[in-house]
Design a protein around this ligand. Structure first.
Ligand SMILES: *Cc1c(COP(=O)(O)O)cnc(C)c1O
Length: 394
């Protein structure tokens, strides 16, 4: 590895830059090597599936070396990987990930939901951590290969899916506090049910002494380092009887996100023209969720308006705990929704803040949340074709 001959031979495999013997190999899905597991695992009864606990038979792995570029990607049995303990990922957390799901369509076809958005986000996450650049379109080809190979793992029941976890980790084997020039891509597949029992409401504890994200930080990217600092406040919230945290920001207690989900509220308008559908703007402190973008797009889509009973006015705007308390006391706060790939659209029934609960009517979910959830599930599971959002794995 890394000697001149292998560099030259790899470079010759490239189409556009073969004149340059030092050009690095691009990630190339057509070079996929396949080593299948000798025995396949039995499928687990779906009632016993617990998010992210069961994995399919195979994973896809590729590595990036600064001398060579990307290795040929490999399908291999799901299992441990070996890394030097000095690797940058263990010391400096140079890790990014994506979360997406594959669903079975009505004709037994495997489907993804707006996977291009996950791939663009992954490219940006890698760039933010100065990881070697990665071509999301090729990662998507690899994701599709894995989904097709593991199709028997997609549960047939509605609300169930195969959760996919493309991950890039920093593998520079040294302690220097610098960007990693080595990386490993791997893609895992895990059969999963509804993240929360269908429509079981989530209680939120509003926290401002710990902050998830701040302007100029990494909160707008799906990078690993954003998550473990949330576990201690999450435990504190659980001790007080709440399931997740409502992350606030700033002296004015702006509402940002809930746990690792985006957060929306539905508020009755003063002019009587339906409702405002409110979420925080993408100012760098909010993870740009695919589900969030999809809900906002539906909420402003005349085609969706025709189907829904309530007139929606989507608003990406700063709003605070005092706004929320005021809307609640005036009886205008109609729904509170947690939104993301895992939960899709789910209800929040109460928010603990300064020793009191803001209780959401109807346990959080009303006509808006119900209509959005149904629409997105219909698109994901292929019952509705919608604006190219459902992508069949060929
Ligand atoms: C992944 C994630 C979301 C939801 O994004 P989706 O693309 O809809 O799954 C929201 N907030 C955080 C912090 C996340 O990590």
């Amino acid at each position: 590895m890394g000697d001149k001959d292998s560099i030259t031979s790899l470079a010759q495999g490239q189409t556009d830059d073969s004149a340059n013997p030092r050009s690095l190999a691009a990630l190339d899905a057509s070079k996929l090597n396949i080593t299948l597991a000798t025995t396949l695992k039995p499928l687990q009864p779906i009632e016993t599936l617990c998010f992210g606990q069961t994995f399919s038979d195979h994973m896809i792995v590729a590595t990036y070396d600064p001398e060579i570029g990307w290795s040929a990607p490999e399908v291999k049995p799901h299992g441990p990987i070996t890394l030097d303990p000095a690797c940058s990922c263990f010391q400096y957390g140079g890790n990014v990930f994506e979360g997406m799901k594959a669903y079975l369509g009505p004709n037994g076809e495997a489907r993804l939901f707006r996977p291009d958005m996950n791939m663009r986000r992954m490219e940006k996450s890698c760039a933010r951590l100065a990881l070697p650049p990665i071509d999301g379109d090729v990662v998507l080809e690899l994701v599709k290969c894995l989904v097709n190979l593991e199709k028997r793992w997609i549960p047939k029941e509605s609300g169930y899916s195969l959760y996919l976890r493309p991950t890039v980790i920093a593998t520079r084997p040294g302690l220097g506090v610098i960007a990693s020039d080595h990386a490993m891509l791997y893609i895992l597949a895990s059969p999963t049910g509804p993240y929360y029992q269908v429509l079981k409401p989530v209680s939120l504890f509003a926290v401002s002494e710990n902050v998830r994200a701040w302007p100029g930080g990494t909160g707008g990217h799906k990078v690993a380092g954003n998550y473990s600092p949330g576990f201690l406040p999450q435990r504190t919230a659980a001790e007080k009887g709440y399931e997740q945290i409502l992350w606030l920001f700033g002296d004015d207690r702006r509402i940002t996100e809930a746990g690792a989900m985006n957060f929306f509220v539905v508020v009755k308008r003063d002019d009587g023209d339906g409702v405002d559908f409110i979420t925080a703007p993408l100012d760098g402190t909010i993870l740009p969720g695919v589900t969030r973008a999809s809900c906002l797009a539906l909420a402003s889509d005349p085609d969706f308006h025709k189907e829904s009973s309530v007139r929606l006015h989507p608003q990406e705007t700063v709003y605070t705990m005092s706004d929320l308390a005021k809307w609640s006391s005036e009886g205008k706060l109609l729904e509170a929704l947690v939104i993301g790939t895992a939960v899709i659209v789910g209800p929040c029934n109460r928010i603990g803040y300064e020793g009191k609960d803001i209780v959401i009517p109807g346990a959080g979910m009303g006509p808006v949340g119900t209509a959005l959830r149904k629409k997105i599930l219909d698109i994901q599971e292929g019952r509705t074709e919608w604006k190219g959002w459902g992508v069949v794995c060929p």
